[in-house]
Design a protein around this ligand. Sequence first.
Ligand code: SF4
Length: 158
Amino acid sequence: MNLFRKSPWIIHYDGASCNGCDIEVLACLTPRYDVERLGIINTGNPKHADILLITGYINEQSQPVVRTIYEQMPDPKVVVAVGICASSGGIFRDCYNTKGGVDSTIPVDIYVPGCAARPESIIDGVVQALDLLERKRKEMKTRRRAIAPTPTSEVPTP
Ligand code: SF4
């Protein structure tokens, strides 16, 4: 059974947003959009998460936290940058404290446009993330098979 597609676990982190995109992420969990009915669960533990949703740009304080969350997530994983700030720094791009978008710190797989990003766009980004997650899982499986030792048919006698 494909558990990734049926029940992806998501972790949401606010890099340094104005909270506009965060409210839209939370709207996805409300009865109007109700992503939980699709099996999508919001977790607070990176070790349980398959998809990292990040809102806001990256600054000095959030950079080490974002790195730690990313490193603690098990492979395969997908990173979704939500909103224009997370994608490129947005209107904060030239501020003294801005490092840039999320890809200034960790690899980003999917960029969700908008200021703020609409719930429909965020859900669309997550659906794209599911396909990518499945592709990454298959690639990992193939790689593991390629490096696995070939089983010996005979046990050597002493
Ligand atoms: S993209 Fe717009 S709404 Fe989202 S964090 Fe940036 S300024 Fe706020």
